[in-house]
Design a protein around this ligand. Sequence first.
Ligand SMILES: C[S@@+](CC[C@H](N)C(=O)[O-])C[C@H]1O[C@@H](n2cnc3c(N)ncnc32)[C@H](O)[C@@H]1O
Length: 264
Amino acid sequence: MVLGETAAMRRVQAPSRGGLDLSINHLDSPTGGLSSAGMRDVRLLPRRARRRPLWLRSLARSRPVSEHWGADRGLPIDRHYIEEFLHAHRADIRGRVLEIKNSHYTLRFGHEVIRRDVLDIDAANAEATVVADLSDAPAVTSGGFDCFILTQTLQFIYRFERAVSEAHRLLAGGGVLLATVPVVSRIDRHAGAGNEFWRFTPAACEALFGSVFGPERVTVQSYGNLLAAVGFLTGLACEDVGTQRLDERDALYPVLVGVRAQKR
Ligand SMILES: C[S@@+](CC[C@H](N)C(=O)[O-])C[C@H]1O[C@@H](n2cnc3c(N)ncnc32)[C@H](O)[C@@H]1O
């Protein structure tokens, strides 16, 4: 596990947003922050005046508070973890760097980048310099990249094992794959329910990437906890929950997994 500066250290914690009962102190408490005496008082109130515990009101929804992963409220919770992962491994983002869909993370975290490329299966993507199916890309030359940023993509590739093998093939000797995958996430509305196939646990990542790169060349880091998982599914943003709470890690409630794998 790599210990680095956490995103929490880099970002000032923003206050919770108004308009919704999202107070995390209340989320923590089964009584919604009321003492037992307070609960007795509540029972004396007329039914109409009773307020459901705040944590329950936040959870008792059939629709998320955001249809955009929380992006319309702030930084989506999974992006907070992705940024933390890439920041921790920014030393690897150098030389000839390949990224999926666009070069956002190459530009943000890379240094001494001598060439940027973007791979996408989508030929309509104007930013793509390489149009290919990552699970079957024989036309793409082997060994051409020093770093491959493969964030939030493997879940869309049915033959994900082949995609990891291709990613390994595209890297030069000593090159590094930085991949992130979701463990807990809604379905991507843009990709469509029919195009999203998988979720990956930390154990699956160890086995999958270890079988291709060699177990000793793979580091797996999981991010998240119960609050992060519930908040992310609900559509809360990082700013709603607070980075300090997001950065508590509970191995039994991973939201996202980051994998660093280095080619021999
Ligand atoms: C959600 S984006 C993830 C990449 C982006 N950099 C990010 O971090 O969000 C998923 C991208 O994977 C691409 N994609 C899906 N299946 C693919 C495949 N088999 N080969 C290559 N790209 C694929 C999609 O077209 C889309 O651009």
